[in-house]
Ligand binder design. Structure first.
Ligand SMILES: [Zn+2]
Length: 237
């Protein structure tokens, strides 16, 4: 178990660098968390700490109610103010292994209008299987953000939700997958925003969206040595 926790600390610490690299965060906003496989635990960043100081030992280990594990490494720091939202998602969506939150500019602009991003480019059909939906307005401090994420994404193909007047939450089978969804969400939010400045958007017929999504999720990528598909969601190139 300690190996799994160590691995999650290392993943979560380094993936915060990806949020910076892709320009998804400013100052100390945004966070990445990952479930510890085989345990009712997850690892998340501390609150209000500079991105340059997010080392593996500064990451915080919490139970699925969002309580910091007493005496664990990093437990002297306060966890991210979004910890309750992450905990709610891990508690109620057992298939989710990673959650990411950002206020990335273009996606948050759609959230500020309360407008879903329509599926008008094939890369978006591949990645999200349709529109990126809007979740309810919810304020920080209890389960309400988590409840809004789960209510919006349960049964939806999209791994990203635009929380109204707030920002983006993404889910994935692990933290890397959720970071990828956050990067791709901002990319499509920007492209579709720019497209609309030039004229009307042209929708992709739903049956084609379904076919593209299915192909990308199941066929795209490299055949692995074991005969299964390599992971299209995290290895796209
Ligand atoms: Zn936020």
């Amino acid at each position: 178990m300690s190996d799994e926790i160590r691995r999650a600390r290392s993943n979560v610490a380094s993936l915060h660098g990806e949020l910076v690299r892709y320009g998804l965060v400013v100052w100390t906003a945004g966070n990445v968390a990952e479930r510890v496989p085989g345990a009712d635990l997850f690892v998340i960043k501390p609150s209000g700490v500079d991105y340059d100081e997010l080392t593996p030992s500064a990451m915080i280990c919490c139970d699925l109610l969002g309580n910091v594990i007493p005496g664990s490494e990093g437990s002297e720091l306060s966890p991210s103010s979004d910890t309750a939202a992450h905990a709610y998602v891990y508690r109620t969506m057992p298939e989710v292994g990673g959650v990411v939150h950002t206020h990335s500019t273009y996606a948050t602009a759609w959230a500020a209008r309360g407008e879903a991003i329509p599926c008008v480019i094939t890369g978006m059909a591949d990645e999200f299987g349709g529109e990126i939906p809007v979740g309810p307005f919810a304020v920080i401090g209890d389960d309400s953000i988590g409840r809004g994420i789960v209510a919006t994404l349960s049964g939806h193909r999209s791994r990203a939700v635009l929380m109204r007047n707030h920002g983006v939450f993404t889910i994935g089978k692990n933290a890397s997958d959720a970071v990828k969804a956050a990067v791709m969400c901002e990319d499509v939010a920007r492209t579709v925003h720019i497209a609309r400045q030039g004229g009307d958007l042209v929708p992709i017929p739903p049956e084609i969206v379904g076919r593209l999504f299915d192909r990308y999720q199941n066929v795209y990528g490299q055949q692995s040595a074991e005969g299964g598909r390599a992971d299209a969601r995290t290895d796209r190139s």
